[in-house]
Design a protein around this ligand. Structure first.
Ligand code: VTB
Length: 326
């Protein structure tokens, strides 16, 4: 950490290499139907790049617990060991199924935060509500019904509810939610996977067509999305779904004392945060990796909470360079 207590500013550029490498590796096997291969490629590449960075990094949200994840497991230390002391949330391939089916919005994502400032979320579900910036704090909340949230947002935007578009994961568990949302007249963008992107999309409804995210997705993905919203602005609440004694016990072991707690952005990611995402497949926010003879193109967004800077980095990599093993 620097003297001001913030993460080293240079990391906001260095971090892009990490998601670029993971995205390129996953994109090489994009559309091939093999989820294991795609995940493995992204994990290997992300880990190699992370270990080149001048950080003393510890993974807080990763590929899983040490026993189920040989690499990038929770608690693994990464980086050169010298430099900013950071906690890391990562998903080398968010939307693996999207990637192997070559569908939009699969991403390589990572967030760095000051040590101790990320929610140590177990790999369980999280109920989520999120909207973009520019609204009164508390406009939407998990304590409100989906209908109330949609009506509140419509009123704040000065539009009828049928002008609101809601992003929801297409899962049987959302049958009632989907019916309730349809009854308000709102439109639904039903996504197959990828709710990190789904939440981030609420911050730019004009480009993405998403005004609000509702429903249950992964808790690790919730923390990653919260890290992004800390940088861009917006509101989000999350509540872990601890519906079995085993999950409640696992959460407790990870330091979650109140199983019913509702987490706001600051509870999921506080302090200085740097977030990066590179498109694997093209989506409404980022282009996917493009391969052409001798050249690879990537599209990355990097955000930093302390300055609020959002950089889009379009990089042209030589196909002969590090992505071929250099
Ligand atoms: C979501 C989605 C992910 O997991 O978090 C989802 O964003 C939740 O789990 O891309 P289920 O698939 O069990 O609903 C993913 O689909 C995969 O990590």
């Amino acid at each position: 950490m620097t003297q001001s207590g913030q993460l080293d500013r240079a990391l906001a550029l260095e971090i892009a290499r990490v998601t670029e490498a993971a995205a390129v590796a996953a994109a090489r096997v994009r559309g091939r139907g093999d989820e294991f291969e795609a995940d493995q490629a992204a994990v290997d590449a992300m880990r190699t790049e992370l270990n080149r960075l001048p950080i003393d990094g510890r993974i807080v949200i990763g590929e899983g617990e040490r026993d189920d994840a040989p690499m990038l497991f929770i608690g693994e230390e990464v980086g050169t060991g010298k430099g900013s002391v950071v906690d890391i949330a990562l998903d080398p391939l968010e939307g693996t199924t999207l990637c192997v089916k070559n569908l939009p919005n699969s991403l390589a994502v990572i967030a760095f935060a000051e040590r101790g400032s990320l929610l140590n979320a177990p790999d369980v579900y999280m109920d989520k509500v999120a909207i973009g910036p520019g609204f009164e704090q508390g406009l939407v909340a998990l304590s409100k019904t989906p209908t109330q949230n949609i009506e509140a947002l419509a009123e704040a935007k000065g539009v009828p509810t049928d002008r609101i578009s809601v992003c929801i994961l297409d899962r049987p568990r959302h049958t009632d939610l989907i019916a309730e949302v349809r009854a308000t007249g709102a439109a639904i963008q039903l996504i197959g996977d990828g709710d990190v992107a789904g939440v981030i999309h609420t911050t730019n409804p004009h480009e993405t067509g998403v005004d609000i995210y509702l429903g249950i997705g992964g808790a690790p993905e919730g923390v990653l999305a919260a890290a992004a919203l800390r940088c861009i602005g917006g509101q989000m609440e999350g509540r872990l779904v601890l519906d079995t004694p085993e999950k409640a016990a696992r959460a407790e072991r990870m330091g979650i004392s109140d199983p019913t707690a509702i987490y706001g952005l600051q509870d999921m990611a506080s302090g200085d945060v740097i977030f990066a995402a590179t498109g694997v497949t093209s989506g409404n926010m980022l282009d996917g990796v493009k391969f052409s003879p001798g050249r690879i193109e990537t599209h990355t967004v990097v955000m930093r909470s302390s300055s609020g800077t959002i950089r889009e980095i379009r990089a042209r990599h030589s196909d002969l360079g590090k992505f071929n093993g250099d």
